[in-house]
Design a protein around this ligand. Structure first.
Ligand SMILES: [Zn+2]
Ligand SMILES: [Zn+2]
Length: 240
């Protein structure tokens, strides 16, 4: 009955690709047109064992990247589903700046169908989305990291806490900054309301894009200082 109903709805309102607005053939799982679907570059090995940076060579073992050899990472591993280019680079800004339900569903599906290949989502006690500052949340109306974390929560039924970790400083958008400035920009930008709630916990921190890792590293630093056992990071995309 449901299938019949959705076939009738598709006839009246032909499905449209939420990214390029192409009408017609849409893959049923992620509701994207074949071209947008094909333009998602999933991240696979070999990659950096810590930050998940994919290496250009198609073969070889995972190993540390230059940045992870020299910089302190407070998270244990960070993994991203796809490279921030093509479809994901078009879709994430669309998703971030206005609420778009079909696109949100699509991106959520891409995240959860691929995350188990990257890490074991059942190995955590708690999900925490990277928070937005109050003023940005007011401006935008929603936190894109929380929406992605909810998709993971729905799939694996992990407790989600989006109130404890707070962004107390409205930092400049990281996109306009160089790597060194990014680190300084987020230093001291986060705090925990109740440290005891993260003590001895294994936490999966969720965000939309990993760029230099400065933001998630600072969140992880705050969590580790409060006695968190382990922090891993899951993002939808990663800049390379
Ligand atoms: Zn499309
Ligand atoms: Zn690395």
């Amino acid at each position: 009955m449901n299938q019949l109903l959705s076939a009738i709805i598709d006839l009246i309102f032909p499905p449209c690709c939420p990214i390029c607005k192409h009408l017609g053939e849409i893959s049923s799982s992620q509701r994207l047109c074949p071209q947008c679907q094909g333009d998602i570059k999933l991240i696979i090995s070999p990659l950096c064992t810590i930050c998940g940076l994919p290496f250009t060579a198609n073969e070889g073992e995972d190993h540390l990247c230059g940045n992870c050899l020299t910089e302190k990472r407070y998270f244990t591993v960070a993994r991203a589903v796809g490279v921030y280019q093509g479809t994901l680079q078009k879709a994430i800004p669309m998703f971030k700046y206005r609420m778009n339900t079909p696109l949100t569903k699509t991106l959520g599906d891409i995240l959860i169908t691929n995350c188990e290949k990257l890490l074991n989502p059942y190995a955590y006690d708690l999900l925490i989305p990277v928070p937005l500052h109050r003023s940005r949340l007011r401006e935008r109306g929603f936190n894109q990291a929380l929406i992605l974390a909810r998709e993971v929560e729905n799939k694996i039924h992990l407790p989600l806490d989006y109130l404890n970790l707070q962004r107390i400083r409205d930092t400049q958008p990281q996109t306009s900054l160089k790597e060194k400035e990014r680190k300084k920009n987020v230093r001291g930008a986060f705090r925990l309301r109740e440290e005891r709630k993260v003590k001895d916990k294994r936490i999966l921190l969720v965000d939309d894009v990993y760029t230099t890792g400065a933001t998630v590293n600072e969140c992880s630093r705050v969590l580790k200082r409060a006695g968190t056992k382990r922090v891993d990071v899951l993002t939808l995309a990663r800049a390379v």
